[in-house]
Design a protein. Structure first.
Length: 106
């Protein structure tokens, strides 16, 4: 993808993650591991499921629309963080995925 806005989102995401690392050091004496980041992402992904269920009126939960919006953004943030921590260029990964999928569906 050539969109520089996505690069700005990535940059902002990494800056926020660094601030969380500092908070983790204050609270726990060390930064979260890659595995802890992955678990946090999976937990938030599960919360999206519950909020979608609430959106569809199959799970009763207050303020689910606001939380769904927040969790969708947070999950994208986590994916950016996980890609960075594993040495994967998320911009390139998305581009490759889209191109491959478009070619499959021609």
């Amino acid at each position: 993808m050539e969109d520089s806005n996505f690069y700005k989102i990535i940059e902002r995401s990494l800056e926020i993650r660094e601030k969380y690392h500092q908070l983790e050091i204050q609270q726990n004496g060390k930064e979260w591991t890659l595995e802890q980041d992955a678990l946090a992402y999976l937990t938030d992904a599960g919360l999206i499921g519950r909020n979608v269920m609430s959106h569809e009126k199959t799970w009763s939960k207050k303020n689910s629309t606001e939380e769904l919006e927040h969790k969708l953004g947070e999950n994208i943030w986590w994916l950016i963080i996980l890609a960075n921590r594993t040495g994967i260029d998320i911009n390139e990964a998305v581009e490759k995925f889209l191109t491959k999928t478009e070619n499959i569906l021609k």
